[in-house]
Design a protein around this ligand. Structure first.
Ligand SMILES: Cc1ncc(COP(=O)(O)O)c(C=O)c1O
Length: 427
């Protein structure tokens, strides 16, 4: 039986209508190869994971060296060197006073842990989140996920959660244009806490740049304004950097673009270039609220994943992030120029190599062009370029390649997407 048949008969594929027909056999940098040798430019990086590139030699060597010595001991029962070293490293590279880290295995697990810690520290129970957010597929993380399509069939969810409008300038809920913007979206955070919750608000959680929601970049002042409100009300700020972290937006963490220090930060995806690992890092006074026995994960902080993460971070810090910021800015500018030719493009946004191109049926009505986005993704696949599609209406092209993508590969990606848009108009 071939792998496609095995998937059909034995793998639960509960998320997508169909798994892409690519058989992911091996990878190298920004390239992914099918079992038959077909080469793809991977502009989705396993959903924004392999930031340092597939099979990065430095990450691979570090992981193999650790695997030769020890694969598992339980990092919460024994002292594991790669775990201690990575925790110290994260204290160095995360913003402000973030200091102590707990390691898990996936993004949702990190957020679950961050919530437990926030509750322990504050003694409060309620959460505020953003309407178009995505934070994972566990019970608590779906409860703070705004996108209702993701939540279908899973309720009832956790009580004590209120949502604030998405800071989505292209589709501003207040129907304000950027020149007249008075940051109603930021002001709503305080209003919603007062009007829709019971005075027991523990934390506000937000993605500094929203991924699954369609690469939404909140306005420059958004987090400063919100943080002021949170500080005034004694509410913690949890920055969910699961998707936007580790160089994805042209800085190590996306919240650095906003000059705001979170109280807790969650990380996963790009942390170890594909080795399963997640983390949440908190200020020491918050972290110390955990009591003995409060939290543990058998596999969390796997020694191999932590060794891979250390090598991954060293690699990214060695000029890779700075170079990717420029590559991203150039690519984004090319899509912005393409808007003159392509009325299908309603908006181009993003930071670094986290780029969203939102397609619309008509620029005035802004009706989401989901069919066009599906067509472009399929066209790209048939022309050996892998991209993602996201947003509440699956109408945003997501370009999130490994940061090591070459300029030739970027040229091919851009040309293929431009050709796909032309082909859609003709179809
Ligand atoms: C911002 C954000 N948070 C959390 C998650 C959940 O991560 P995981 O799928 O590793 O549980 C995701 C996954 O896409 C995400 O994008």
């Amino acid at each position: 039986m071939g792998v496609k048949e095995q998937y059909r008969d034995y793998v639960m594929t509960g998320f997508v209508k169909r798994v892409e027909p690519v058989v992911a056999d091996h990878g190298d940098g920004a390239l992914l190869y099918d079992a038959d040798g077909t080469e793809y430019i991977d502009c989705f990086a396993g959903i924004s994971v392999t930031n340092a590139g597939h099979h990065n030699p430095k990450v691979h060597a570090a992981a193999m060296a650790q695997a030769d010595k020890l694969v598992h001991a339980c990092s919460y029962v024994y002292h594991v060197p790669s775990v201690g070293a990575l925790a110290e490293k994260l204290a160095e590279i995360t913003p402000g006073k973030l200091q102590k880290t707990f390691f898990g295995n996936g993004g949702a697990e990190a957020i679950e842990g961050a919530f437990r810690l926030a509750k322990r520290f504050s003694g409060k129970r309620e959460f505020v989140a953003i309407e178009s957010s995505f934070h994972g597929r566990s019970f608590a993380t779906l409860s703070v996920t705004g996108n209702s399509a993701r939540k279908k069939g899973g309720g009832p969810y956790m009580p004590g959660v209120a949502f604030v409008p998405t800071p989505y300038c292209y589709r501003c809920f207040a129907e304000t244009t950027p020149d007249k913007c008075d940051m109603l979206c930021a002001r709503r955070v305080g209003e919603v806490m007062r009007l829709h919750l019971s005075g027991d608000v523990c934390a506000f959680i937000a993605e500094p740049v929203m991924g699954e929601g369609g690469i939404i970049v909140p306005p420059d002042d958004y987090f400063k304004r919100v943080k002021k409100t949170l500080d005034d009300e004694g509410v913690l700020f949890i920055a969910d950097e699961v998707q936007s972290g580790f160089g994805r937006t042209g800085k190590m963490f996306a919240i650095e673009h906003y000059g705001v220090e979170p109280d807790i930060m969650t990380m996963a995806k790009g942390i170890a270039d594909g080795w399963p690992l997640s983390a949440f890092t908190a200020r020491a006074d918050i972290a110390d609220a955990f009591q003995i026995g409060d939290h543990l994960s058998t596999f969390g902080g796997n020694p191999v994943s932590c060794a891979a993460a250390l090598a991954n971070i060293a690699f990214l810090q060695n000029g890779v992030i700075a170079a990717s910021a420029k590559k991203g800015a150039d690519l984004k500018a090319r899509f912005e120029n393409l808007m003159m030719e392509q009325a299908l493009i309603g908006d181009v946004r993003g930071k670094g190599l986290m780029i969203g191109v939102e397609l619309v049926e008509d620029r005035k009505t802004k009706v989401p062009a989901s069919a066009a986005a599906g067509f472009v993704r399929q066209y790209c696949l048939e022309h050996n370029v892998l991209i993602g599609v996201g947003g509440n209406f699956a109408s945003v092209l997501r370009i999130q390649p490994p940061l090591v993508i070459s300029s030739e590969q970027i040229d091919t990606t851009f040309d293929t997407i431009a050709a796909a848009l032309r082909a859609y108009k003709q179809a």
